[in-house]
Structure formats: structure tokens, C-alpha cells
Design a protein around this ligand. Structure first.
Ligand code: FES
Length: 152
């Protein structure tokens, strides 16, 4: 954890010490560690002079930020209406079986986190999943394992 806090301090050093940089700073920390720990929040609070409660509010509000450890790759399976009618539930079941986790969880090796979303904005391609920044449309359960293999 000491190494992580040293890196957090390095990231904070890149910004002017003012509350207005909070969101960008937290996104930067999230990008580095895939989550924002309690110790990190305390450190940011001390350095920027922003109350811990405010940092928690911001980090909880933005979906791009996580207060729990997240995997290296985040898999979002869309269960919105358009995807649902095209078999998104079967896709999600296959994903849960393949990864051995439920939505909101992270694999033990910290490689994948699984999330459910209500629309990814490309309904015509349903069922759709998003792995990191890659959209995979017209998904079938059979395509799950080959696609996941590409994410090391
Ligand atoms: S409902 Fe799945 S992308 Fe819109």
C-alpha cells in the first residue's frame, strides 16, 4: 500500500493543489489502479483540502470510478430492452459461467470485472457487450470465450 500511496502522491503532484482538479485527479488515479481505495481518498483529501465525504460523493457518482478493486478488464453486458429480446440473458449467463462471477464482482485473479448496463447506445447491434472500450455486437454465448481470450 505504501508503494500505491507514493504513486498517488506522484499523480497529485502533477495537478495544482485546488479542489477544482478533483474529478480529473480521481479519473487519473482510477486509470492507474482500476479503483480508488480508502487510503487514497484520505490522501487526496489531505493534499487538496477537500472533505473525505465530498470525495466519496464524487467517486460514487461517476460510473468510471470504482470504490472496490476492479479487474484489469471491465465487461459490461447490456440487459436493456432491445438486447433483452435478442437473448441478452443467455449471454449474461454464459459470461457468469465463464468468468465464475456475478455482475458487480471481480475474478480472483483481478483480470475481469463484470457489470450489467441498461443500454450501450447501439441497440440495433444487440445483444451487445462492451469490454473496456471495445463494443461487441450481435453477441451469442458461443462468442464469449473466444472474445475473452483476446484480453490478456
Ligand atoms: S438496449 Fe442494449 S444497446 Fe441499447
Amino acid at each position: 500500500m505504501a508503494t500505491q500511496l507514493a504513486k498517488v502522491n506522484e499523480i497529485i503532484d502533477k495537478y495544482p493543489a485546488r479542489p477544482s482538479v478533483l474529478i480529473q485527479l480521481l479519473l487519473d488515479i482510477q486509470g492507474q489502479f482500476n479503483w480508488i481505495s480508502r487510503e487514497t481518498i484520505q490522501c487526496v483529501s489531505d493534499r487538496l483540502g477537500v472533505p473525505v465525504s465530498q470525495i466519496y460523493r464524487v467517486a460514487s457518482f461517476y460510473k468510471a470510478m470504482s470504490l472496490k478493486p476492479r479487474g484489469k478488464h471491465v465487461v459490461n453486458v447490456c440487459l436493456g430492452t432491445a438486447c433483452h429480446v435478442r437473448g441478452a440473458n443467455r449471454l449474461m449467463s454464459k459470461m457468469e459461467d465463464t468468468l465464475g462471477i456475478k455482475p458487480g464482482e471481480t475474478t480472483e485473479d483481478k483480470k475481469f470485472s463484470l457489470e450489467r448496463v441498461n443500454c450501450l447506445g447501439c441497440c440495433a447491434l444487440g445483444p451487445v457487450m462492451l469490454v473496456d472500450k471495445d463494443y461487441h455486437g450481435k453477441m451469442t454465448p458461443a462468442r464469449v470465450e473466444p472474445i475473452l481470450k483476446d484480453y490478456k
